[in-house]
Ligand binder design. Structure first.
Ligand code: 3H9
Length: 706
């Protein structure tokens, strides 16, 4: 390799005896091939220049290095490979010092661990988050970290993927010194000069190891292995991380590195890696929408929430946490008192857990104003209506808002399925009306569907996305239809599950298959948690417009007619004895299922877990394709993110559309055609799916088109 440093992603400058090597690869200084080549060349330059006594590595901008360049995974690897670069840094005969500020993650931390000394600035965030991408630290991290901080602390860092602050990193020994300043170059240079003055020796992490006490490390690792198998069932990379760390206990350093590489490549090849990296990029892509490019958001400082029920209170907390001024409106004094009590309960819960002080709660609540009069919200920038889910009730609220709100205020509804065009039409300003569909509990759930009616102005949509960012939500742009993206698709796979149940699978068997697929809970457990009455109301609402060709399963209605709404009533699909939160199967439910089958003349047939998943996923993917085809979702990735952040879809599968791509769209289409032989109405394939299969294309080919 020559000494020319490619592009200007890595620059060098000599300051006395110190060669300052700056990585400048925005946005996060990822270790793409040009950076790796640049660092390699900089080391060569240092070795060849007798005046250089030490090399100082630092990052330009707001981070040291956020890791390997994730976009390169899945492409043919280009030299120098990151593990080789790290080994070369460590082997350098000249002192190598890393000065860390901002994100120092994954391969970035591994570069730092290969340096001989590490200085952290107080805002540095150190971590090995590869597990979140289905990977393991593959550039020596699994071997060097345990040698520096011990097996248990290293394993915890790698399995959690969490970011560690500089103070903690100093305390555990991940860095050698801490600087309270903000100028990483000045701090790094001063530190390098001090080390040179002290004649600090080249000190290689590979030779450290005093912390690896074999017996104690093995005992700690055994506990972690048992815990991990239970906590992250079905996940591939956590077990591989532990296997690699086992190598740090058992093997000489170079052997440990070799084993780490082999395990890293296994992770790289796994479908879980593909799913998780898709999820990483998709979640960043959903905010890139046409309106955000075309328009500037309106000001956003003071908002109003109409309604203090569970949803209104949750949204209020999310808004207060985002630093906004919030006025909550309820119809009378007792209702507003209840609304405020809901809000305070959330903060009191945090105080009880020691996660918030009473003073901090008081500071947050100082931004909250309760009111029973719409006249108090004339000057707010944005209103979110979260009242009872009824079109007439909502129309009345919007007429009031139209009367009192200042021109230019954004008027949002939190409806989960109603026609927002119809709501907008009762105002004199439909251009200001948008849908903000939060998920319960609204202060916790990440998903925010931003529903875009026909007449809304682009800057109103941009304001909704700006609000999502302030609230740290994952926004997904959706068009107007019954249920938008998420609830519309859910209604369809719920039907598929109902058909499976009526045809022979028990609800418990279906739930078990879904948990084995990776869902934290089965569908019927979720129904019990949310309350069976919610779906019942939706089914009754849809009854008049239900197509006579559509098959209708009445089992859930039979339970609801008995008042069995799930956890809150002590029984639903499961029994919840004495207020238990985990349900147990209920023989009476099975008897009701049987009775319904008999009534309809259905002879039950067995289904394997695989057959259950094929039907459930085919229904979900097919409706997802229709939602994309109709422009309700901008891209398949918007459907993926909706289900990952709002419906518990297993993240390692990347979302339903990514899952379909990985299974093969031709297989999904073949399944639909097979099932259509039983019910051509329900299983009719989406035209988009047929087109993509005919073209040999996949859903991903429709992604990333802003
Ligand atoms: C690894 O290192 C493997 C090694 O062990 C072994 C190798 C052999 N690559 O999140 P943001 C982009 S695996 C490429 O919105 P924030 C991101 O897509 C890696 N691109 O900002 C976005 O692009 P765009 C281990 C990356 O301030 C932009 O940067 N490291 C990478 O909220 C801004 O990102 C990780 O897993 C990357 N590594 O958060 C760290 N990282 O503007 C992953 C980010 O076009 N990254 N981008 O949409 C993060 O956790 C966050 O991005 C970070 C900044 C905390 C850094």
């Amino acid at each position: 390799m020559g000494t020319a440093i490619p592009a200007c992603v890595v620059t060098t400058a000599r300051e006395g005896g110190v060669l300052v090597v700056t990585i400048d690869n925005p946005p996060v200084n990822a270790l793409g091939v040009a950076v790796r080549q640049g660092l390699w060349a900089a080391l060569e330059q240092a070795e060849q220049d007798a005046a250089v006594q030490a090399v100082l590595l630092l990052g330009a901008g707001t981070s040291f290095i956020a890791g390997a360049d994730i976009r390169e995974f899945g492409q043919p690897p280009q030299p120098p490979l990151l593990p080789d670069l790290c080994n070369r840094i460590e082997a350098s005969p000249k002192l190598v010092i890393a000065a860390l500020h901002g994100p120092t993650l994954g391969g970035g931390l591994e570069v730092a661990l290969a340096a001989h000394y590490r200085l952290g600035l107080s805002a540095a965030k150190l971590g090995l988050p590869e597990v979140n991408l289905g990977l393991l630290p593959g550039a020596g991290g699994t071997q060097r970290t345990p040698r520096l901080i011990g097996v248990q602390a290293a394993a915890e860092l790698m399995l959690s993927g969490r970011h560690m602050g500089a103070q903690e990193a100093l305390a555990v020994g991940l860095i050698d010194d801490l600087d309270g300043g903000h100028d990483v170059r000045a701090a790094g240079l001063a530190y390098a000069q001090t080390l040179l003055a002290q004649k600090a020796p080249v000190r290689r992490t590979r030779d450290a190891g005093a912390l690896i006490n074999k017996a104690a490390s093995q005992a700690a690792l055994n506990v972690l292995k048992a815990h991990t198998a239970k906590k992250t069932p079905g996940l591939f990379s956590p077990l591989k991380i532990l296997e690699a760390i086992q190598g740090a206990i058992d093997l000489p350093f170079d052997e440990g590195l070799k084993q780490e590489r082999a395990l890293f490549l296994q992770c790289l090849d796994s479908p879980q890696r593909a799913g998780l990296i898709h999820a990483f990029f998709a979640e960043r892509e959903t905010a890139k929408i046409p309106e955000a490019k075309a328009a500037t958001p309106r000001p956003l400082a003071h908002i109003a929430i109409i309604g203090g029920g569970t949803m209104g209170a949750g949204i209020t907390v999310a808004a207060l946490d985002a630093g906004l001024q919030v006025t909550m409106i309820e119809r009378d004094a007792p209702s507003i008192a209840r609304g405020q009590a809901h809000v305070e309960k959330v903060y009191d819960g945090l105080i009880a857990k020691g996660r918030l002080s009473a003073e901090a709660k008081a500071a947050v609540m100082a931004r909250y104003t309760p009111s029973t009069s719409y006249d108090d919200i004339g000057q707010v920038d944005l209103v979110i209506e979260a009242v009872f889910e009824d079109l007439d009730v909502k129309k009345t609220v919007f007429q009031e808002l139209d009367r009192v709100c200042k021109p230019g205020a954004v008027l949002a509804t939190n409806t989960s399925y109603l026609d927002i065009d119809a709501i907008a039409a009762v105002t004199s300003r439909p251009q200001d009306v948008v849908g903000l569909h939060f998920f319960s509990p609204a202060n916790i759930m990440k998903l925010l569907e931003i529903v875009v009616p026909a007449k809304v102005a682009a800057d109103v949509v941009a304001t909704a996305f700006a609000l999502a960012k302030k609230m740290k939500k994952t926004p997904v742009r959706a068009g107007v239809c019954d249920g938008f993206i998420g609830n519309r698709i859910m209604a369809v796979y719920r039907q598929a599950a109902d058909y499976l149940m009526e045809d022979g699978a028990s609800p418990y068997q279906i739930d078990e298959a879904l948990r084995a697929f990776g869902y934290p809970m089965g569908l019927f457990q979720v129904v019990d948690l949310a309350g069976g009455d919610i779906g019942w109301a939706a089914r009754k609402r849809r009854a008049p417009t239900r197509d006579p060709r559509a098959r209708y399963v009445e089992i859930s209605d039979r339970l609801c007619e008995r008042g069995w709404f799930g956890q809150k009533t002590g029984r639903g699909f499961y029994l919840y004895p004495q207020g238990a939160r985990t349900g147990v199967p209920d023989p009476e439910v099975l008897a009701i299922v049987d009775a319904e089958r008999t009534r309809k003349g259905i002879t039950p047939r067995p289904f394997t877990a695989d057959e259950i998943i094929r039907r459930y996923m085919a229904a979900m993917v097919n409706e997802g394709a229709k939602v994309v085809q109709e422009g309700i979702a901008l891209r398949p990735l918007d459907v993926d993110v909706t289900f990952l952040s709002g419906y518990g879809f297993p993240r390692f599968r990347g979302g339903p559309m990514k899952y379909a791509d990985m299974v093969g769209l031709d297989k999904v289409l073949a399944d639909l055609r097979e099932f259509a032989q039983e019910d051509a109405w329900f299983w009719q394939p989406a035209a988009l799916l047929e087109t993509l299969v005919a073209q040999g294309a996949n859903f991903d080919s429709l992604n990333h088109r802003e």
